[in-house]
Design a protein around this ligand. Structure first.
Ligand code: C2E
Ligand code: MG
Ligand code: MG
Ligand code: MG
Length: 289
């Protein structure tokens, strides 16, 4: 956005840019402080397979409620942590926190819930640090690797360079699921999937936004599913906000779905509640039979 002199009108600037220009340094310090003082926390968004009664996992989404500035979205503060080169500290905290949380749900009898964790490009560049920490955590918490999903954002990747391929490959070898996030709106091509050791593709929410009202979008999404499932990928569509959208996908795939329709990112206790309700629902269904 254009930034003008003091008394001139600024025509457009996003919150992100504003924060970036004015406050990066203060924010960077505040963020370091927040990490050290336990001010960061995770919300969890349910991921469903089938209908609303079967949550298979959750995605951990980091949250920061700044004491003065209020909630700052991850899209704003993650880049700050990357530039300040403490993203790996945050990333390790996120990984441990989400594994711990999943174990807590398991220990309260709610079953083993898969957990998806986003990683940023600097963490992939520092892959050995990440992988060593991950090994330690999986071991320490006796966490099944196939219940962990690591999400790589497609647009983070300009080329699928060797380091990232190596990172994904090592994760896959350990049995961890690797997802390509925000698929279809980044800079990579479909052909990149040939060399990318991922087994999950998360279709960006822009593909579902105008479904089912716009015919083109419906055909595109359905076609994309055919391609992705045809090459053996597990597909997850993000950003499903209505029953109509969910029904549309259900007509041709029994893939996982994530979005506000199924549940917003929420506190661990709310996830537990949903799992309990689900349990009661299945119980009632089997009593009935
Ligand atoms: P993402 O990984 O693609 O996560 C999904 C984002 O879409 C989340 O935004 C989520 O709240 C939002 N969302 C989910 N369902 C819907 C829906 O139905 N409609 C709409 N409009 N939005 C929906 P959030 O939490 O603001 O996170 C934004 C991005 O920040 C994430 O995108 C992810 O790339 C990044 N991020 C979040 N947590 C972490 C983290 O722990 N580490 C790293 N490196 N990045 C993170
Ligand atoms: Mg994600
Ligand atoms: Mg992401
Ligand atoms: Mg996404």
């Amino acid at each position: 956005a254009k930034r003008k002199g003091k008394n001139q009108v600024v025509y457009y600037h996003s919150l992100a840019e504003d924060l970036e220009y004015k406050n990066t340094l203060t924010l960077e310090n505040d963020l370091k402080f927040a990490l050290k003082n336990g001010e960061l926390y995770l919300d969890y968004q349910p991921i469903y397979i089938g209908f609303k009664e079967s949550m298979t996992g959750v995605e951990a989404l980091i949250r920061w409620d700044h004491p003065v500035k209020g909630r700052i979205p991850p899209n704003v503060f993650i880049p700050i942590a990357e530039n300040g080169s403490f993203i790996s500290d945050i990333g390790e905290w996120v990984l441990e926190e989400s594994i711990k949380q999943s174990v807590k749900w398991r220990e309260s009898g709610l079953g083993q819930i898969g957990v998806a964790v986003n990683v940023s490009k600097m963490q992939m560049r520092n892959k050995n640090r990440f992988l060593e920490k991950m090994d330690l955590l999986l071991d320490q918490y006796q966490f099944p690797p196939e219940q962990l999903q690591i999400e790589i954002t497609e647009s983070d990747i300009f080329f699928f360079d060797g380091e990232i391929i190596e990172f994904a490959k090592e994760l896959r070898e350990k049995g961890v699921r690797v997802a390509l996030d925000d698929f279809g709106v980044g800079t990579s091509t479909l052909f990149n999937l040939k060399n990318m050791p991922v087994n999950v593709v998360k279709i960006d929410r822009s593909f579902i936004q105008h479904v089912p009202s716009e015919e083109f979008d419906c055909k595109l999404l359905k076609g994309l599913y055919q391609v992705l499932e045809g090459i053996g990928m597990y597909v997850i569509t993000e950003g499903v906000e209505t029953a109509e959208q969910a029904d549309f996908i259900r007509r041709f795939s029994d893939s996982k779905i994530q979005g506000y329709y199924f549940g917003r990112p929420m506190k661990p206790a709310q996830i537990a509640l949903l799992l309990q309700q689900e349990f009661a629902f299945h119980q009632a269904a089997s009593d009935h039979n």
